[in-house]
Design a binder for this molecule. Sequence first.
Ligand SMILES: Nc1ncnc2c1ncn2[C@@H]1O[C@H](COP(=O)(O)OP(=O)(O)OP(=O)(O)O)[C@@H](O)[C@H]1O
Length: 324
Amino acid sequence: MRRKRLPRRYVIIAQRRRRRIATVALPEALPMPPRMLIVFNPAAGARRRRRLLAALDLLRGLALRPEVAETTHRGHAVGLARAAAQDGVGVVVAAGGDGTIAEVAAGLSGSDSALGVLPLGTANVLALELGLPRSPAGAAAVLAMGRTALLHPGLAHHADGRELLFVQMLGAGFDAAVVHRLAPGLKRAIGKGAYVWQTLREMPRYPFAPIRCVIDGRDAHAASVIVTKGRLYAGRFLLAPGADPRAEGFHVVLFRDSGALAALRYGAALPLGLLSRLRSVEIRRATQIRFDGTGIPAQADGDAAGCLPVTIGPAPKPMRIVVP
Ligand SMILES: Nc1ncnc2c1ncn2[C@@H]1O[C@H](COP(=O)(O)OP(=O)(O)OP(=O)(O)O)[C@@H](O)[C@H]1O
């Protein structure tokens, strides 16, 4: 059967075995396309190169001519994005997972360039948070439309003067220990299952040393903590109802109980969406946070981020992000 040709203003956003299953209508006149750079992390997620090519096909079909730069090492995306912003590139797209998005966002921080996202990572939490389509074609259609919203990243200050920008979350304690010890090869091979495996391995050996927290000037203690910009964690799991990366401030999730059994309880409550209802879990809204606890690991947007102490506040300026 011959397939009917759609007018150019329609974009196929999902196709399975040559059968079109969803389309999206673009506005009659697309805005003048800005210069676009796609920063591609070949180490993120799985089947990423094929998915990148599918997105590029669609963007080129819409007369967009994105350039592509491939990262060669951790942290490379920061410099690539910064150079593009200084060169006047209007949209810099992070093609990878949350770690790549955070690096591109750090490079764009303070500039007028917008952040775009092609979700090619393992968990893609920010993409889920913002309702970005996971299919390469759908994400490309969003980039073509060019609608933006404000994103309010967080900035972590380490004791040695290092600063680290994060877009989704910063955790300290047990979940950070899991991230620190996770083998990248295992994550590439089995995706999110690698986190479950590593969590089970860490439970009996993590020492659960107490973390001293100062949250907007008020003291608290916890076995583990997560400062989050968004509602979700590790995919679609509900962590902090009401949080939104497009809003200012943070939600601080305090896990008060320590030990392997408590970690197991939290791990079981998360996929059931019950974490925020546990009595030993407290969620506070805040704008300035400090965590102390020498040697306790930290993670930011799913990547190892050194150890405590760390002070967290908002990034100096919000940034624009391309959204559906
Ligand atoms: N060429 C590269 N080789 C190895 N690692 C890289 C390279 N480029 C970037 N990285 C690092 O890869 C790490 C993982 O990237 P990213 O977080 O985007 O993917 P992911 O972990 O699969 O996705 P998610 O965070 O959504 O689960 C980041 O720490 C990033 O700095």
